[in-house]
Design a protein around this ligand. Sequence first.
Ligand SMILES: *Cc1c(COP(=O)(O)O)cnc(C)c1O
Length: 393
Amino acid sequence: MDHVSRTPSLATRLTQLERTPAGGHGFVNPPVHRGSTVLQPDVAARDAANERRLEPGAMSYGTQGGPTQHALERIVADIEGGVACTVVGTGLAAISVPLMAFLRAGDHLLMADSVYGPARRLAAEVLPGFGVETSFYDPCTTPEALAPLFRPNTRVLYLESPGSYGFEMQDVPALAALARARGAVSMIDNTWGLANFQPFEKGCDVSIQALTKYLGGHSDVLLGSVTVADMAHHRTIRAMYGALGHYAAPDDCWLAIRGARTLALRLKQQEAAALEVARWLQGRPQVARVLHPALPGDPGHAIWKRDFSGACSLFGVVFQPRYTREDAVRFVDGLKLFGIGASWGGYESLALPMAGTRSVSPRLPEAAVRLHVGLEDVADLLADLDQGLARLG
Ligand SMILES: *Cc1c(COP(=O)(O)O)cnc(C)c1O
């Protein structure tokens, strides 16, 4: 048989990347490198290292990261198909750093109405003080409808697909192409898409991940990443990262590298489990709609099918109109296997009443919840949801 050359798939790459580093005595995993000072052989070498401070893998002082941070950066860049990545301490920092890197006083930001709440707060409450104005736009907009919102000073188009809480799908390739034609940088929060959405193939310039979610995977680490497909963009981001003193701790990066080894397996399992739960919920009399773009019939399904290679395990459930927000709260409070708390992407299932603001697109339903499906047995989760729905009446 002929040997066919093929690019290894994600599951294979995640077992191979950044393994057995030189000088590691053959141990499979890279060690944790902690440090502030990095010694140089002479002053000329130190100056040369300083000159390289905006380049990938720079290591002239601890704040630039060291071998552990850079190993994680290469893994994330590989997952997303980027050329360079910067890891920072939280997913929220992965939002604030590129926004501050690309925006200046007098600039205009276009932000999807469906973004993660703290991103909205940053744009609405902090950036105006720095002279940056934001317009929110309907996430389900077409390029034709979005075009008139661009101004000569629009510098950034910010996307998130699907949207936080409402799971509205965006036509990312069309909107990113419009941004490029208008000379704006497109940024996407790709936390939900993760390995299932390739942001640079779809025309985005900057991809943001809360590594806190599935990459960490065990609800024991906070981290974020900013990945790009263009070295000039990387330098712009590294300059602001350095100026503001952002940093990701090496122990946390090591945990994320460890999480990456099982990422493909967990994602596949959680995707399938969440779809099983979502389909079951669709058949319950108390449920009006399930907000999950991978379900046929979802308003965003065609876009999801075109642009994504899979789904994660976070989705929404809207109860029938006879129920109230108090009913949704009662439902969440009565679940036994679903924890009540922020975040998602860990091994454990979670539930929260629907939250989130919309100012220019349809309001989110009140009698609704957001579910994250973890690694529990699906039959046990269904039994828990069943008793929860029964109590709703
Ligand atoms: C959780 C989350 C973030 C922020 O991540 P943190 O690490 O908690 O700061 C950003 N974007 C989305 C879509 C998220 O769900």
